[in-house]
Design a protein around this ligand. Structure first.
Ligand code: FMN
Length: 203
């Protein structure tokens, strides 16, 4: 099978991409609106960028009507966000927060989650999440225009909080973390199935 994006709808190429680019980690992003409403939404077009400076990126796309998602509006307003890691135990709540709630409704409340004050940024963290990264905006890269165009958010990590329950010998233990990944359609995976490889000789 050959897929040529030039001959496909955006929706068809999206479905192919989300099944081919797997598993994807989930940035559960908390932000705050200019009216002070705490917002929370998951984004799986998400990755680390580099450790120098410690940075991350995620890609909120425009809604089908071309408008920006609340997360983007809030980050453009105050340049801050928190990325909360999603363990298997919080999968249902994470999914709930992806609902299209009006900007005045806090997804924290809708999903029964606890907003807790951050140290370096204004948006609150998700208390129930075992790892929270407080970030400030480096830049938003606009890719495309109109519906589904991306507002690629690149941010610097200012502080990482890790629950001691997911550490072993002062390091994050991915088996204890039990984070989830997104696959295509409704499918997710767990990170319980792990194996190790030694790196080849490095320069
Ligand atoms: C697991 C998961 C991953 C998602 N990944 C993305 C993504 O990478 N980009 C995006 O624009 N929307 C993504 N969504 C949809 C957003 O979470 C959804 O549009 C949400 O309502 C945006 O909220 P906001 O308007 O409060 O920012 C994802 C949804 C789920 C459940």
């Amino acid at each position: 099978m050959i897929l040529n994006p030039e001959e496909m709808s955006s929706s068809a190429i999206y479905h192919a991409m989300v099944s081919a680019i797997v598993p994807r980690p989930i940035a559960w992003v908390s932000t705050i609106s200019s009216a002070g409403v705490a917002n929370l939404a998951p984004f799986s077009f998400f990755s680390g960028v580099t450790a120098n400076p410690p940075s991350v990126m995620f890609s909120p796309v425009n809604r089908p009507d071309g408008s920006s998602k609340d997360t983007v509006v809030n980050i453009r307003d105050n340049g801050q966000f928190v990325i909360n890691v999603v363990p298997f135990a919080l999968a249902e709540q994470m999914n709930l927060t992806s609902g299209d709630f009006p900007a005045e409704t806090s997804e924290f409340q809708a999903a029964g989650l606890t907003p807790i004050a951050s140290s370096k940024v204004e948006p609150p963290r998700v208390k129930e999440s075992p790892i929270q990264m407080e970030c400030e905006l480096i830049k938003i890269v606009d890719i495309g225009e109109g519906p589904l165009a991306a507002n690629l958010v690149v941010g610097k990590i200012l502080l990482i909080r890790v629950d001691d329950q997911v550490t072993t010998d002062s390091r994050i233990d991915t088996a204890k973390l039990d984070s989830i990944g997104r696959l295509g359609g409704k499918k997710y995976c767990r990170t319980a199935d792990q194996f190790e490889l030694d790196r080849p000789q490095m320069r």
